[in-house]
Design a binder for this molecule. Sequence first.
Ligand code: ADP
Ligand code: MG
Length: 503
Amino acid sequence: MERKLVTVLFADAMGSTSLADRLDPERLRTVLDSYFAAMAGAVDSWGGTVEKFIGDAVMAVFGVPAVREDDAERALSAAMEMMERLEELNKELQARHGLTLRMRIGVNTGEVVTGTPSDSSQRLVSGDPVNVAARLQAEAEPDAILAGERTYLSARHSFRFGGPMDLQLKGKPETVRARRVLGKASESRRGVPGLSSPLVGRAPELQALDSLLDEVLEARRPRLVTVLGPAGVGKSRLVHEFVAGVRAQHPNARVLRGRCLAAGHGITFWALGEILRAACGIRLDDPAQLALEKLKAKVPDPRTLEALAATAGIAVPGTGLEALSPQAVAEELASAWPRFASAEASADLAIWVVEDLHWAGDPLLEMLERVIARSAGPFLIIGTARPDLVDAHPGFGGGSENFSTISLRPLSSKQSQQLLEGLLTMADMPSEMTADILRKADGNPFFLEEIVRRLIEEEVLVRQDGRWHSTGSPSAGCSGPTRSSERWVTRSHRLCCRLKGAA
Ligand SMILES: Nc1ncnc2c1ncn2[C@@H]1O[C@H](COP(=O)(O)OP(=O)(O)O)[C@@H](O)[C@H]1O
Ligand SMILES: [Mg+2]
C-alpha cells in the first residue's frame, strides 16, 4: 500500500432507467456496451485508468500506476471528452430509440491509498478524495462537470472555472469547495485572467534568436537553440513572441510544437509524438485507423512511416519493425526522424518548439542531436529548459557548433515594475505594496503574476471606475485593512514558498 496524489473522476449517466424500460435486455446491453466503450476510450486517450463500472457509473483514476504532474488537467480533458463522446452517442440513440442519455461528472484531486497491483480484489485507490469525487458527481447538474478545490488549483491555468461553491456533502461535517468546469482556457496556460502585459525587456534574447534564424536561412543548415532559465522566468513567453514575429515575416514557415512530460512518467518520445500529430493534424483521440490514414497522407514512404508511427505510439498493423532487434529498431527511428525533418524543411523554413527539455531522457535528447546532425534545410529547433538540463545532461549537443543556448535571467526591478504596470494599467497602489510585490516576485514574471492574481482573488486589489485600488497593504494601519493585509502577507508568503517548490 502506498499514498499518492491522484485525480479521481466519477461519471454517471442519467436516463438509463428509462432506457431499461424501453429496450429489451439484449439491445440495452448493446447500448450500454457502446456507452462504456466510448467513456473508457475517452479516459484511456488521456492516460487515465478505468477503475470500474458501477451500474451506469464510471470511475477512473489519473495518477496510477505513475503520478504525472498534469494528472488533474488530463482528468478534466477526459471529462470534457466524455461529454463530447456522449453527445455523439446520443445522436445514434436518438435516431434509433428516441432516447437521450445525460451525464454528470465529478473530478477531485487528493491523496489516496493505492492497492498493490498483484492484489486484484483490492480497489486501485481508496480514501476520502474518492468519496468526495463521487459526491461531487452526485451534486453536479446534468451535463455539468464539477471539480474539487485541489483539481481547480492544479488546472486553473489551462481550464476555465465558474465561481466557488461551498457544498454541504452528505456524510461530511464541513463544506466542500467545488467549481463548475466551463471549458479549456485559450492558448496561453498562464497569466492573470483578463489581464495581460506586453512583453517586457528581452530585446537582447530576441535579437540572439533573430540572428540564429538568419544563419539558418542563409546556410540552409539545421540548428538547435536551448532557452535556459528557472521555472516561470519567461522561456515559453520569449519563444512565443519570437515565433509570432517569425510567422509575420515568413507566412509559409511551418511551426510545430511538442512538450516533454515530467521525467519518468511520460512516453520517451512524447514531444516528437506531439510534433508528428501536429504535422499530420492527428488528434490525440482519433481512432487508430484514422490516425494511420492521416499519417499515410503525410508520409508516403512506408519505412519512414512505420518508424515515425512507433515513436508516436500510433499502431501500424503488420509492422515489419516487430521482427527487428531493438538495435535495428533504434536505427530505423534514428534515420526516419531526420528524413521527416528534412521533408518538413524542404519547401520553406521549419521551426520545432520543444518545451521543457529538462524532462527529456537520453533517448529523446540523442534523437534531437541526430535530427540536427542528419537533416538538411532551413530548420530550427528551439528547446526550453530549466537549468537542471545542463546538470543532468552536460554533454547535450556534444559541443557541436549547431547547438547553442540562450540563458534567461530574472527581470530587473525596473522591468518587474514595468510588468506590474503592464498587468494593472491605471493602479492606485501604495508604494509599500508595490515594493513588497516586487521583492517577493524576485524578478520572476510567473511569481509576479501569481501574486497579482491572488491579490485580486482575495479582493485586496479591486477595480473601481476603471482603476485598480488596494483595499489594504502590509503597512496599512486601521483595523479593516490590517486584517486583509495580514492575510495577504501570510498568504503570499505561503504562496511564494509553494511556487518556489513547485513551479
Ligand atoms: N518578459 C516578459 N514580459 C511580460 N510577461 C512575461 C515575460 N516573461 C514571462 N511573462 C509572463 O510570465 C508568465 C510565465 O512565463 P513563462 O514563459 O510561462 O515561463 P517559463 O516558460 O520560463 O516557465 C507567463 O504568463 C508570461 O506571459
Ligand atoms: Mg514554459
